[in-house]
Structure formats: C-alpha cells, structure tokens
Design a protein around this ligand. Structure first.
Ligand code: PXG
Length: 464
C-alpha cells in the first residue's frame, strides 16, 4: 500500500486540527481534549491511522465506500477526466460526455420508469432539489397549494436547510430555524423501541396508516410528497416490518402523493439489490442518490426522476442548479464505480454469499446478554442494546450512554461500529470477505463483552 509518510507527528496534527478544523456533528472542545484519530491511508476494508494501527471499517467510511478503499481504477478515471475536461457546466445550452453517460447508466439501473437524472453534489442538496422539484411539479399541474412534504421522525435526509428540515432529527431542528415551512412528520416504524405489545406486523400497518391520517388532517389537495429511506440508516438501521411498505405504497397511490425514496444509503448494493426500493418492493417517483454512487471517492449525488415527473418539468424552466451539477470528474468516477460494482459482481456476491454469511453471524449476536434484537438486511445491520430482552426495555441511564460505552470499546479494539442512541450499527464495504466478516464479528463480540462488564460494574444494567 502507498502510505503517506511525510506528515507531522500525531500530536502536532491533532493540535492543528483542534486549532483550525471545526468537525461536523461534534462537540469540538471535547473532541480536542479526546484527540481525534488521524486516518492516513486505507486499502480494501482496512484503515490505517497515523500511529500505524490497522482498523477494520465496519461503516464503509460513512456508509459510502461500497467498492472498498484503494481501487486504482477510480483514481485513474479521475485523472483521465481531469486531463481531458476537468470542468464544464451543464447550464447554458451545453453538456458533456461524462454527465450524459452517467445519466444513461443510472436510467438503465434504476427500476421502472426512473429515466432522468438531476445531478447534485451529495444527498442533502439532492433532497433540496427534490423539495423544489415536487412543489414545481404540482404548481405546473395547476395545484400550487399542493406543497406539503410528509416525512418521519428520526429520518435523516441531510444537513442543508432543506435536507435538515425533511429529516426528523429533533436535535437538528433545534438549531438554525428548522424545519422550513411545509414539512410534516409521522412516526417511524421502529418496532423494537416503539411497538409496545403489538406484533411487528400490526405495528407496521399502524405506523403506515399514520400517513393516511396525516394526509387527511392536512388535506390531500395540499400534500405534494412523502419522503422516506427504504431502510432508515442514520436513525439506527431501522428495518421496517414487512407490512409497512406495501401499505405506504397503497396510501401514496390512493391519494396521488409523490413518493420519494431516499436511497442515499440503501442505493448501490447496500441491501443486496441495486436499490433499497427493489428490496422493499417500492415504486418511487423520485429516488435520491449519493454516497455509494461514487463509493465516496468523490462527492456526487442526484435525483433520479420518473417519466411522470420529468415530463412535466421538461415543459417549464426549472430555476435550479448547482455549479457542480454533473461535474465531469465526479461523473467519470461514478461511472467507473458502477462498472466495478457490476463487472466484479459485488452486489450479487452480497446477495448470495457475504450477505447471508454476515446475517448468520450478526443475528447470533442476539444471544449476547447486552443485546436484544439483532437485525440486518444486505450489508446494513443494527443491534439494540438492552438491560432486559424480554420486555425490550430501554436503559434507565440517559439514552446513548450505553451506546457510547460500547462504541468506545469498538474504537479501542480497532473496529469501526457506530452507536445511535443505544443501538450499534454496521454498514461495511460491500467487498468485505467472509474471513474479514469473521474478524469484524470477533472484534464486535469482544467489544460487547467488555462493554457488558463495564455496564454491570457501573451499575447501569437497569431498566427505565
Ligand atoms: N439522505 C440520507 C438517507 C443520508 O443517509 C443524506 C441524505 C445526506 O447526504 P450528504 O451527502 O449531503 O451527507 C444522508 C447522509 C451518520 C451520517 O452519522 C449519515 C449521513 C451523513 C452523515 C452522517 O450516520 N447520511
């Protein structure tokens, strides 16, 4: 592996980081004290830090490095494109080969009549596009009042004003004047935490029917769209009960509500198919894509739009766009990434080999004394930590306390697993082999064991 060696010592890097770099979603003062880990290189599913530690990446960076690290083909695609045409816009009666070819490829891969692409730089701004797109769609159809978008509490749709508003993260809404007007929320289909005495199936129906109630409350003639992740990612890998999506789909059709599937995490193989919509049997009108589209090698996102919506927008001037919409280098890298996913059979392998292997190992974690449910779909999984499996109890300690203890043990054991509240989640690179899955599970189990000992010793195995 080519390793960058000409950098200052770790403590100097950390001091410079805390002096000049404001980290996203972080308490920067305490981060400076705890000292961030400096990642210096990566290969396959392995990260290396400035101290030479080798860390297995159970999160694919930030749910995005689907083809794994170190694929020279992607570096070469970028270099080639930079030499040939590093930038040109797609605004003023011009276009270029990478944007054309990537749009064509996405139209081929996307299900149904999702045949047209509007490019963005990531998932947040793609969702901002979606807000303006669905409202413009209805305005063009002569229904300008049809502008409310319904989302779900604990959804994540990005961090811009639009994306953060569509998301249902209350901590985000508390800062900076979110949500913008015209966004409404229903509850999430999280049976483990919120299902009470209901069966998962009944609970899935109940949560889906909240959409119908919300539409009636607002008035169907005021609702533009419903947005949801096929499987919630950042909210804690919440896999909905099987009854949920069919009912949501029925309701959207009944009231003619546009359905936006936010595929930023689920897309490009994460659930074992190209798109989470295929895994969950959803027929969206718009799909948001980013992350795995380029395996995170370069920022790019977009909205893949159905003929129904595209045909209306074609007949108006949509006053919207980003300087880097369809950036040629990003498009060239994304195209090459899609080629790797396809020609290396990476998604087929997840569906048929490594996904089932990981599922068996992951689900067995439910036997651990600190773990309640362990659920996984394709290569995104979560476990719910609990002081009492039988009652699915939450901990008496403040939410996230036990999750942090567990995450710290993972950090110490050189395995990247995230905590979300008191859930632990994984979303490894899709190229992770069965041998590497064994290492991931071994380190995860060790971390759970150590966390369990600490939780007991601290007197925290107490139900709320
Ligand atoms: N939609 C979904 C479903 C996402 O997961 C976005 C939109 C926004 O994409 P950009 O590219 O603008 O970040 C995301 C991003 C986490 C975490 O902590 C998750 C995301 C981003 C940052 C952190 O799990 N998802």
């Amino acid at each position: 592996m080519n390793v960058l060696t000409n950098y200052p010592p770790t403590d100097e890097l950390q001091a410079l980081d805390s002096a000049h770099h404001m980290h996203p979603f972080s308490h920067n003062a305490s981060l400076a004290e705890q000292r961030p880990r400096v990642i210096t290189s990566a290969q396959g599913v392995w990260l290396k830090d400035s101290e030479g530690q080798e860390i297995i990446d159970g999160m694919a960076g930030l749910w995005c490095v689907n083809v794994g690290y170190g694929r020279a083909e992607l570096a070469e695609a970028a270099a080639r494109q930079m030499r040939e045409l590093p930038f040109y816009n797609t605004f003023f009666k011009t276009t270029h080969v990478p944007a054309i070819m990537l749009a064509k490829k996405l139209a081929e891969l996307a299900p149904g009549d999702l045949n047209t692409v509007f490019f963005a730089n990531g998932g947040s701004d793609a969702n901002d596009t979606n807000i303006r797109m669905v409202r413009t769609y209805w305005a063009e159809k002569g229904q300008p009042d049809r502008n409310v978008i319904i989302s779900r509490w604990n959804a994540y749709h990005g961090s811009t004003m639009g994306g953060g508003s569509l998301g249902g993260m209350k901590g985000m809404h508390a800062q900076g004047g979110l949500p913008i007007p015209g966004i409404a929320f229903i509850d999430q289909p999280d049976w483990w935490s919120e299902g009470g005495d209901m069966s998962p199936e009944d609970f899935g129906l109940e949560r889906a029917r909240q959409l119908e109630e919300k539409i009636k409350e607002i008035g169907a003639d005021k609702v533009a769209a419903f947005i949801a992740e096929p499987v919630q990612g950042a909210g804690g890998v919440i896999i909905p009960p099987e009854t949920y999506w069919p009912e949501i789909s029925r309701i959207c059709k009944k009231y003619d509500i546009l359905l936006i599937a936010d595929e930023v995490i689920c897309g490009f193989g994460r659930t074992g198919n190209w798109f989470g919509s295929q895994t969950m049997g959803i027929e969206p009108d718009i799909m948001t894509v980013a992350k795995g589209l380029s395996s995170g090698y370069i920022p790019i996102g977009g909205s893949i739009v159905s003929d129904r919506v595209a045909n209306v927008l074609r007949d108006t001037e949509f006053n919207h766009g980003y300087t880097y919409s369809g950036h040629p280098v990003a498009c060239a890298v994304a195209l090459e990434n899609l080629r790797l996913l396809e020609e290396d059979g990476i998604i087929d392998n997840v569906r048929n080999v490594t996904g089932p292997y990981l599922r068996k190992k992951w689900e067995a974690l439910a036997d651990h004394p600190l773990v309640g449910e362990a659920k996984i779909i394709g290569m995104m999984g979560s476990i719910a930590l609990t002081p009492d499996k039988a009652s699915r109890a939450a901990f008496a300690a403040e939410e996230g306390t036990i999750g942090f203890i567990c995450r710290d043990r993972c950090f110490a054991n050189n395995v990247i697993m995230r905590s979300v509240g008191d859930r632990m989640i994984i979303s490894p690179p899709l190229v992770m082999t069965c041998d590497e899955i064994d290492i991931l599970i071994e380190r995860a189990t060790k971390s759970l064991d150590e966390a369990y000992e600490k939780v007991k010793a601290d007197g925290l195995m107490v139900s709320a």
